[in-house]
Design a protein around this ligand. Structure first.
Ligand code: PMP
Length: 287
């Protein structure tokens, strides 16, 4: 079934949707994006995604003010028009089309941003054995730029790293910088040792995951101790459990790294419990 996508105010069949070849999103990766998960036809953590989207736009000086009500209406229209029950809604906002390729761009609102949305169907997370049975990860150097807190579409390195993982028989890559894990190719990374959740602190080094913020809140509510600091590959190998979080993986256990089992090589009990808690709680708050 052909999807209906959104381009600059219009809902059009995907094969009729166009964006200029001079769009800065295309020639410069001058664009930001968000992905909001959809479960039972409702959006998970929509407010958090919209807040982070505004922050990414502001950090790059893309002159676009997110109108919450308008965005909510567009996202909901996309769910309806595409009969989306389980999956995600992707939104990308580029600096726009200046009419030519040029490194220099005009200040402020001289260019009108391009806005594109599309939906992607994915299995219901409550019924996804690939995620529940846990992932095997490998490691690679983190060769991304140093503003990973801005959710730009410069995804070449994570895409190469994800592809390398799958082609080598793994499920994902954890990226390493100065001996410590930064994050997965499109998720935040955690280990658990002696009941303590360890995850890298927020900085320019990692994306400030919307799922991460809620997960840590739910863990605190359950009296779990959290240490926000970088951790090494050796610490992962010696950990009791590991997992990742994101809008598309929710909470997914990690069961080995570079071929070394984590804990007993099966999904950890805390990781599985947090997965269930996260899904239940976020469904309650879904809109
Ligand atoms: N880190 C990176 C690099 C990501 O691409 C993502 C997914 N967007 C995340 C972390 C997780 O963020 P979120 O929980 O907001 O999906």
């Amino acid at each position: 079934m052909s999807r209906i996508v959104y381009v600059n105010g219009n809902y059009v069949p995907e094969n009729e949707a166009t964006v200029s070849v001079f769009d800065r999103g295309f020639v410069m990766a001058d664009a930001i994006y968000e992905v909001t998960a959809v479960m039972d036809g409702k959006m998970i953590e929509f407010d958090g995604h919209m807040a982070r989207m505004q922050r990414s736009l502001d950090e790059l000086g893309i002159a676009y003010k997110v109108d919450y009500d308008e965005m909510l209406a567009i996202h909901r229209e996309m769910i309806t028009r595409n009969n989306l029950v389980s999956g995600g809604i992707y939104i990308q906002i580029t600096r726009g089309n200046p009419g030519d390729r040029d490194f220099l761009f005009e200040d402020g609102d001289a260019i009108s941003p391009t806005i594109v949305l599309f939906t992607q169907e994915k299995p219901d997370p409550r019924n996804n054995s690939n995620m529940e049975s846990g992932w095997h990860v490998m490691t690679m150097d983190d060769l991304r730029w140093h503003r990973r807190d801005i959710k730009t579409v410069q995804l070449l390195w994570p895409s190469l790293a994800k592809t390398a993982a799958i082609r080598s028989g793994f499920d994902d890559t954890w990226m390493v910088e100065n001996g410590t894990i930064t994050e997965g190719t499109s998720n935040n990374a955690y280990i658990i040792k002696d009941g303590v959740i360890i995850t890298r602190q927020l900085s320019h080094d990692i994306l400030h995951g919307i799922t991460r913020a809620s997960l840590l809140r739910y863990a605190k509510d359950r009296q779990m101790t959290i240490e926000e600091r970088p951790f090494t590959v050796d610490e992962v190998k010696a950990a009791d459990e590991a997992f990742v979080t994101s809008a598309s993986t929710y909470v997914t256990p990690i069961i080995s790294i570079d071929g070394v089992n984590i804990g007993d090589g099966a999904p950890g009990k805390h990781a599985l419990e947090l997965r269930q808690v996260y899904i239940e709680e976020s469904l309650k708050a879904a809109i």
